[in-house]
Design a protein around this ligand. Structure first.
Ligand SMILES: Cc1ncc(COP(=O)(O)O)c(C=O)c1O
Length: 378
């Protein structure tokens, strides 16, 4: 049976050139980058080169790049660091943030009584209104968080407009750019946000490696205390092979030919299953992402049936304490509960073509038929 991996927003297979670059570090630059001897200096040189490559790609100074263990840590570093810095305050964030932002804010606000937050919902198409976002800011707002592109719908958010308003009000702005990297142009000099989070594994780099880009002059209480690595901003011996792998993955994947494949897929699926509901189509999306639901089919069953047919796709609903929770993104968009529980997310890779998209449509139609027959509605 042919297998199709269509879950690139979850993770991307590691690129061969990344593995080679990492293997080279393991073999030749094994020293601790904090050691002063030749082996340490060798490792530090490789790490500095990787930092420079990443900084150049993002149009920032190398000194503003802090290596972390991924997008989750980068986001937490800002949220928890800000909260640790002052006893009280308020955070504005969109209701469609990744759990690495959403849950971090909600949980830490419940632990620190002096802190509160406001969630800003998007429109029906999944885009946050910049004006509504700014209006949610208060006099005591100490942090604003808005993701660059949503991981479920792919919808691109108005980060440039929000950045302008935050700057005027003097509010530090965190942008989770994990899903934007590699799919949209990411120029941090143009964006000029205070904090921007990245993850290597979404672009073909290694898992467990990421970065936080901090604007010069921005301050954060350090959460990981130890040997003072990363200029005291994130202690712990750096993952040299990992960051070299991250740098090696930059710019390799080209998604420019994927949007037409996604669009053809949606068109053909709408023709084959006319009551299919698509999310986010009214706005600019990352080129590889499609989120939809087929009314009458429960998401989890659909996902399992697709898996049996060789298709690795994702469900919008999340598993929490063994229970399926509806997608918080779709609920925030105003979708009914049954849609938020039955949505599927397809995120194509750069090699996807019309053959892939046709096979996917055919499989969805067959699964729909099979499930209908099983429930006696065929
Ligand atoms: C938008 C977004 N932010 C953060 C993360 C977390 O990144 P990591 O897996 O590197 O911790 C993800 C991963 O799915 C994501 O899609």
């Amino acid at each position: 049976m042919k297998q199709y991996y269509l879950d690139y927003n979850a993770t991307c297979p590691q690129l061969p050139q990344v593995s080679l670059a990492m293997q080279d570090i393991v073999n030749t630059a094994f020293g601790n980058p904090s050691s002063v001897h030749w082996a340490g200096r060798n490792a530090r040189r490789k790490m500095d080169d990787a930092r420079e490559t990443l900084a150049e790609y993002w149009h920032v100074e190398p000194g503003s790049v802090v290596f972390t263990s991924g997008g989750t840590e980068s986001n937490n570093m800002v949220i928890q660091g800000m909260m640790a810095q002052s006893g009280s305050g308020h955070i504005v964030l969109s209701a469609i943030e990744h759990p690495a932002v959403l849950h971090a804010v909600v949980q830490w606000c419940s632990r620190y009584p002096g802190w509160s937050y406001t969630l800003v919902k998007p429109d029906k198409g999944g885009k946050v209104d910049a004006k509504a976002f700014i209006e949610a800011c208060q006099n005591d707002t100490k942090l604003a968080c808005l993701m660059w592109a949503n991981n479920e719908t792919g919808v691109v958010q108005p980060i440039f407009e929000v950045r302008e308003a935050c700057r005027a009000k003097g509010i530090p702005f965190l942008v989770d750019a994990v899903q934007a990297l590699g799919k949209l142009e990411v120029n941090l000099n143009a964006l000029d946000a205070d904090f921007v989070s990245f993850s290597a594994h979404k672009i073909g780099g290694p898992r467990g490696v990421g970065a936080l880009v901090m604007k010069r002059g921005s301050r954060l209480e350090s959460l990981i205390i130890g040997g003072g690595q990363e200029r005291g901003r994130r202690s712990g011996t750096e993952n040299v092979a990992g960051v070299v792998g991250f740098a090696a993955a930059l710019g390799v994947l080209d998604y420019s030919r994927v949007a037409p494949v996604r669009d053809i897929f949606e068109k053909k699926l709408a023709e084959a299953i006319p009551n299919a509901v698509f999310f986010g189509q009214t706005h600019l999306r990352t080129p590889n992402t499609s989120m939809f639901c087929i009314p009458g089919l429960e998401g989890e069953t659909l996902l399992m049936q697709m898996d049996l047919m060789g298709f690795a796709v994702a469900s919008g609903s999340a598993c929490s304490s063994g229970k399926r929770e509806p997608s918080h993104v779709l609920l925030a968009m105003g979708a009914p509960d049954f849609q938020a529980r039955s949505s599927l997310r397809v995120s194509f890779g750069v090699d996807a073509d019309e053959v892939t998209s046709d096979a996917l449509v055919e499989a969805l139609v067959r699964v729909q038929q099979r499930l209908r027959n099983m429930s006696g509605r065929g």
